[in-house]
Design a protein around this ligand. Structure first.
Ligand code: GRF
Length: 200
């Protein structure tokens, strides 16, 4: 299966997916909307095709998303993996990849969609935080949930210490979910997530 991974920065989730060497997965390309994304160099050093599509060169979201879809589809992806891709996506773009685009979000959705999730969890007094892998739909951070990883929140946590604890779970969870999809054991039926052989 061909994977196209979209990043905007560091790309540590992309690295975790690449390093997992998922059987049957080929990383067709890593694409960033930011030319300075650190993850691009990491991927290029490993011989992975990389591309940049700078959203600042586009007049609006529609034209950026149209160009992005054209770029992605050139790699004939079976799965598009959003890994710290910090762009709000248009309805047309998400519909085009329905059932074949995953995202990871650093909170236990449906709590705390959007930005500053760790500070929000601390401010709310949460004793448990975590991360969520979900299929992408038009509503930001609201698609059908595939998997979650939980961590404790300590009373002396800061945004940084909590983020680091959650990130460890992200790096464990995301390659697992991608591997399930690649193995044909994870799919989307309408808004329902189907996982093969999962016991109730
Ligand atoms: C991760 O915490 C991801 O969940 C969030 O942004 C961060 C990206 O980190 N959306 P990286 O680029 O994968 O290192």
């Amino acid at each position: 299966k061909n994977l196209v991974i979209l990043i905007s920065g560091r790309g540590s989730n992309m690295q975790a997916i690449v390093d997992a060497k998922i059987p049957g997965a080929r990383i067709a390309a890593v694409i960033s909307n930011r030319p300075d994304a650190a993850g691009l160099a990491w991927a290029a050093e490993r011989g992975i095709a990389t591309a940049v599509l700078d959203h600042k060169q586009f007049a609006d979201r529609e034209s950026f998303d149209a160009a992005l879809a054209e770029l992605i589809d050139g790699y004939q992806p079976d799965l598009v993996v959003l890994a710290g891709f910090m762009r709000i996506l248009t309805q047309g773009f998400t519909a085009h990849y329905a059932g074949r685009m995953l995202n990871i979000h650093p909170s236990l959705l449906p709590s705390f969609p959007g930005l500053h999730t760790h500070q929000q969890a601390i401010n709310a007094g949460c004793r448990i935080a975590g991360c969520t892998v979900h299929f992408v739909t038009a509503e930001l951070d609201h698609g059908p949930i595939v998997a979650q990883g939980a961590v404790p929140v300590f009373h002396n946590d800061t945004e940084a210490t909590l983020a680091a604890r959650v990130l460890e779970q992200e790096h464990r969870l995301y390659p697992q979910a991608v591997a399930q999809f690649v193995a044909g054991r994870l799919s989307l039926d309408g808004l329902r997530v189907l996982v093969a052989d999962e016991k109730p």
